[in-house]
Each structure stands twice: as C-alpha cells, then as structure tokens.
Write a protein that binds this ligand. Structure first.
Ligand code: WTA
Length: 697
C-alpha cells in the first residue's frame, strides 16, 4: 500500500475487488461528451452562462477535455486534484508532490511542499473581488423569547457581513486568541450558536494555525467535557446563551458544568464569551467578553504560514466503541476538496446565493456553510433556528426572501416538513431554486419525491450526497443537469473519487463501501493514530473503509445500504450504540443495556433501548424518564431513546455476546425473520422480548 505514485497504479487488495474508477470515468465521459456542464434541466435566469475557456476564474468546472484525458491516461485522480488545488486555492508556495500515501502506517498526504493559509484562501484571497456577502439569517430570535414570539419576529433584522468585514473580524478575533496565549497547533474548543461569530472564530483559528474543535451546542456538559479533555483545549469560545426555535439555551452554564471537574478546570485557562442575548449573569468571573475584546483589537493579523498537511480543524464523531473520535483534517487537502465540491456538486455559480442550513457543529456545516462557500467567494447563509419555527414555511420563506439558488438540508428535516400541508411550501416563491441538496442519511424515495415535486416544482436537481465526517466532502453524488437521478440513493462517484465495493470472502453477502484516495480524507484521530490506521486503513489494505455497506446496480450506480457497524444515524446525527449504552449504565439501577436503531418515519432511525435492571430495582412510572434523563445528561437530547423496553434478559451467544442482530429485527417488528436462534445460550429470552415488544406497540 506504500506508494507515491498515481492512483491508477494501485494493485487490487483481493481478487474480489471491483475497481470502479475505470468504469465511471468512461461513463461520465460518454455522458458529458459534447454537452455543457450545466446540462439541460437546471438553467434559470439566475445562472450565469458558463464560459468555455479553461483556466478562467469563473469558467465551467472540469469540462475541459484535458480533464478527461488526465483522468483516463496520465496520472488519474492525482493529476486531477493537483490541477484543482492550483486552481482553487491561493498558495504562498506551490506544492511539489501531489500525493503520497503509505496506508499501512495510516499516512495520507496531499500537496506536499505547499504553503497556504485557509483564512486567506477564503477571505483575503477574495478581498480584491467584487464583494459577495455572507448573509446570516439572523431573524434575531433574541426578541422572540418574550410572550408573543411571532410578533417580535417582524422587528428582527438580518445581519449581512461583507467579505471585508469578515476579514477584519477574523483578524480581530485572531488577535484576541493570540493575546490569550493561543499558538499554532493549539486546540481551541468552540461551543457556539449559529451566528457570524462562530465563523469568525473558526477562521481566526485557521489564521493563526490553531486547530478548532467545534462541539455541537446540543451536546451535554459531560460530552463537552470529554471532548475538551481529549483534545487538550486550553481555550473555550462560547456564548452566554443560544437562541433556537424561540428557546434560549444556556451555553455558558453548560460550559461551566463541563469545567466543573478538576482535570477540565485545570486545563482550560480562558473562556471567551460572545454576548448573544446579553442575559444578566451571562459572563462569569474571569471570562473574557469576546465582542469587547475584539473591539479593542487591530483589524489586521498576519496569517500563519502553514504547510499543506498541517491541521486545519478537528471534529468529533462516533464510532462503534464508546469513545468518540476526534478526526483531524488537513489544511490543503480539505480546502481544495471543499472548494471544488461546493462548486461542482451543488452547481454554485458566481453570484448565486447558497444556503446550507446545517449547524457548524457537523461536518456539513464546516464544508458547506463555511469553508467551501467562502473559498469560492460565495454568498453563504447561516441558519440559526429550526425548520418548524415559527412554522413549517420557514425555509421556503427564506428561499423567497433571499432568492436562494442552492438549498441544502437533511432528510430528517424533509420528512418532518412533508408531514405538514404543502401550502407551507407553495405559498412562497421558489423560482430562484436550482439545486436541492441532502446529506447525512438516506433520502428515502417518498422524501426524495416530495423534495423534488413540491419544493422544487419538479424542475430542480436533487443532489443526495453520500459522505462522512472522515471524508470531509461527498464521495458519491448525482451530477447536476444529467437527469440521471434515481430516488433513494443511486449515486455516482464525484470526479477524482475512486470507490470500490469490497468483500471479505466469497461467501459473505455483505459488501462494503470503500474509497481509494482523495485529498479531504481525515489524516488521523487526535491522540490515537493507531485507531485511525486500523479502523480505516487496516480492513482492506490500501483502501479507506467507510463503515457503510453498498451495492452496485445494473447501470453501475451505487446504493448505500447503511452502516455495517454499531453506529446509528438518528436525524442525521451519528452515534455509537455503545455510547448510549454506557450513558444508560450511568443510571445506578441499570445492570445491562443494549441499544439498536429501528426505522423511524421522521428521524430515519430511532433509538431503541433494551434495559435489564439490577436485582431488586422496581420498575416505576418514572423509570423510563429517569433513564432518558441519564442519556440527556451524559450525551445530550439527540441521543435520548425513543423506546425503552425493560427486559429480564437479553439474547446472548454462548460466549456471552449480546445478539444485536436479533434485537434489531424485533425493534423493527420483523419477528419472522430472526435467523438462526439455536446458537443462543438462552433462546427463551427471544420469545419473552417479542411478547413484551408486542405489548409496547
Ligand atoms: C450516512 C455526514 C445514505 C452513512 C455527512 C455515513 C448517508 C454516515 C448519506 C456519516 C447519504 C451520509 N445516503 N447515507 N446521502 N450521507 N450517510 O459522519 O452511513 O455525520 O457513514 O457525515 O451517514 O455520517 P457523518
């Protein structure tokens, strides 16, 4: 697996390997030959006509015949990414080697020798351009808290930030961080609401070479603490309160709870607090008032010179085991792919208004609220609220108000909104929309059709993109303008991506989705490179293993079949079942817990917990609530079980392993399809669990 050469020289890890890249390049070539990149179905008045000359700043992406040549003949994806990196990133110093991989040791590196700074590529690099605007949706729910929330909404303004203001604010915040002693390589924890300050904070870290670790502001104090400790963050940036869907969320209080342990209190030297609501007592003794501190700083901060492989950020996500993984992303590889994919997958054209309504606490927010759009000088929108507040028309009202061209949300939001009357959508003018994006979980055909027919009036491209925190950007997505979409997940690899469907042995029916090399792949797990190497590169040597299953249909399209490990995806929030189990065990009365996902009509997957209480524990009316509270305390509201089934026993193998396969089937009401239960040490447990399950439902 060690080579510094191009992807096309890779040898197959097993005879079952079905390399996909040859096929898909030819396929795309045929598809696009002689056509324009924008294709046939998507143009609207808002779209700038694509230019045909290569090398031009705003020309159509990747249609130059040279690309096809390079993909097919010389150098393959590596050559492609090399060209893209030079085209989309502002370099202080060019790189000398496009990529070097030694995956046996978990070494993934791109654009070696290059020197850059992400905050410059994204804002300084644009300072001389015509000024696009960052538009936060700041309906200012601040005022919405009081008695008649809907009334106050009208009063609220929208904050717009120009690129030059963004640049100044980033520099000021960077200077504040320097004053607090933050140096290159230091980790900074961001536990913040969706306002421009979180973007300033991310880019300020990037500017001085610090590594931001954004923790979604819905995580509990316990989760926050373990992430601060694991990353070794000496500085935490937060806000007094967040405002979401008309509710105030006491972020500073949660940070205080997180720091209320010796280890964490000793580690964190500085807490910077953004006054979001200005609530009394929002700042505590010793806190630095972020906005005041920024006001005192000079709007200039020399950017740190970073080598390509130096980290840009880390972001925690869940794996099969209890301990979340702090995935570390590189500066150049990540930036390149975020920029290219933002432009090509979502068909961003200069002048477009692009809206990804994800929270920056997730990878989608990193790549498609912040880094991708800003690298392209785009107008990007920050969404601070929830899709159903003040009513289910919120998104579409925004589309009308801002003339949004690309709108990007999650399947969960779509499924939630389609339960309400279509009128919430249709009463707003959506003619500006060209592309409707989705990511994070499977977009089931019903939701796909509603998104396409109702939201998009049947004329927009639905871009269901498959990717992960680890990959940084989509690996698979349909191509805009090809009219070649299949509702429900049929996808094609993005340019320069080489997926492979691999198999352990001939008899196993489980096919796994793997990916060859790409620039935005995470480089390590913070503090545990061994885990990174073995989890991702140790399963199929030379290939990154995604943890998802996949199959290929007769047209060569890929279908993702879901996780093949103990990770579940609830409303697009990825969690390990082991994390929820240990949260349940925090409740003193629990002897054993087994958590599985089950089909849920809005969330995609719901959390189903089977719990054995300790001997002598009585089940009371409060038991379920107490157990839920334990999970809320330990992880956060997003992980709280939808169903808790107290059970006297769990099905186990003779070696004592819980048979989750059976529990999953029962939770999904598939009693008849349990497979072989004779190998269990306690087959009678299954019958008892089924009876109780029926009683619950
Ligand atoms: C799942 C979110 C089906 C998948 C960007 C993956 C999807 C996990 C899709 C990563 C999709 C993501 N269709 N499944 N379009 N996108 N997934 O790290 O199981 O939060 O492994 O990244 O979500 O979740 P993560």
């Amino acid at each position: 697996a060690s080579s510094a050469s191009s992807a096309s020289s890779a040898s197959s890890p097993s005879s079952l390997l079905q390399p996909h890249h040859r096929h898909h390049h030819r396929c795309h070539l045929r598809l696009l030959n002689g056509q324009q990149w924008r294709g046939v179905s998507t143009s609207t008045a808002a779209a700038a006509p694509p230019s045909s000359s290569s090398g031009e700043e705003h020309g159509p992406l990747m249609l130059h015949p040279k690309f096809w040549q390079t993909l097919d003949d010389s150098g393959g994806p590596a050559h492609f990414w090399g060209e893209q990196a030079r085209r989309h990133i502002t370099w202080y110093h060019d790189f000398h080697t496009v990529q070097h991989h030694d995956t046996d040791r978990g070494i993934v590196s791109w654009f070696l020798g290059g020197i850059l700074n992400a905050s410059c590529a994204s804002n300084c690099g644009r300072c001389n351009n015509v000024i696009p605007v960052v538009k936060p949706t700041n309906y200012s729910e601040l005022h919405a808290h009081s008695a008649n929330s809907q009334l106050h909404l009208k009063l609220a303004g929208v904050k717009q930030v120009s690129y030059s203001e963004l640049h100044a604010q980033v520099c000021k915040l960077a200077n504040v961080l320097k004053l607090a002693g933050v140096k290159k390589g230091d980790r900074v924890c961001l536990y913040m609401p969706m306002t421009p300050y979180v973007v300033y904070a991310m880019l300020a870290c990037a500017r001085i070479g610090a590594v931001h670790s954004v923790v979604f502001a819905g995580f509990s104090a316990t989760s926050l603490r373990s992430r601060i400790l694991d990353a070794g963050c000496k500085v935490v940036i937060t806000a007094d309160e967040a405002v979401r869907g008309g509710k105030r969320i006491p972020l500073r209080q949660t940070v205080a709870d997180a720091l209320a342990s010796d280890g964490c209190a000793d580690l964190v030297s500085t807490v910077l607090v953004q006054r979001r609501t200005g609530v009394e007592g929002g700042l505590r003794a010793g806190d630095i008032d972020l906005i005041d501190a920024m006001a005192k700083e000079r709007p200039y901060c020399e950017p740190e010179m970073l080598f390509s492989e130096e980290p840009l950020f880390m972001l925690y996500t869940s794996g099969s085991t209890g301990q979340p993984k702090g995935l570390v992303h590189s500066t150049a590889g990540y930036m390149t792919q975020a920029a290219v994919t933002h432009r090509a997958i979502f068909d961003y054209q200069p002048g477009d208004v692009y809206a990804c309504v994800a929270d920056v606490g997730w990878i989608t927010g990193h790549s498609y609220v912040v880094y991708g759009p800003l690298a392209n000088g785009a107008t990007t929108l920050l969404f601070e609220s929830i899709p159903t507040y003040p009513d289910s028309g919120r998104y579409w009202e925004m589309v009308e108000r801002y003339g949004i061209n690309q709108f990007f949300t999650t399947p969960t939001a779509i499924r939630r909104l389609m339960k309400d009357a279509d009128e919430f959508v249709t009463k707003y003018d959506r003619s500006s929309l060209r592309v409707l994006g989705s990511a994070g979980e499977p977009l089931n055909p019903e939701a796909w059709k509603w998104y396409h027919n109702v939201v998009g009036d049947g004329r927009c491209d639905i871009i269901d993109s498959w990717w992960q925190t680890e990959t940084g950007a989509p690996m698979l997505a349909p191509l805009v303008g090809t009219n070649n979409h299949k509702p429900g997940a049929a996808m094609q690899p993005f340019f320069g991506i080489t997926p492979a469907i691999l198999n352990d042995d001939v008899r196993s029916a489980v096919l796994r989705a793997c990916v060859y090399r790409n620039p935005s792949m995470a480089r390590t797990i913070h503090g545990d490179h061994e885990r990174y190497t073995s989890t991702y590169w140790g399963v199929y040597p030379g290939y990154y293993f995604t943890g998802d299953g996949a199959r290929r249909d007769e047209d060569g399209h890929l279908w993702i079949t879901g996780r093949v490990d103990d990770v579940i995806n609830v409303s697009g929030h990825r969690m390990g079942t082991a994390e929820i189990e240990s949260a349940l065990l925090e409740h003193g009365g629990v002897a054993e817990a087994a958590v599985v996902g089950y089909p849920h009509d809005v969330k995609g997957q719901g959390v189903y917990a089977y719990v054995i209480l300790k001997a002598g524990e009585r089940v009371t009316a409060e038991t379920a609530d107490e157990l839920k509270a334990a999970v809320r305390r330990s992880i956060g509201g997003l992980a709280v079980p939808d169903v808790i089934q107290i059970t006297p026993d769990l099905p186990k193998t003779r070696s004592g392993k819980i048979m989750r396969r059976i529990l999953r089937k029962i939770a999904a009401n598939q009693y008849d399809d349990l497979g072989d239960v004779t190998t269990l040490s306690n087959p009678e447990a299954v019958t008892a669990i089924i009876d109780d399950h029926k009683a619950i439902h």
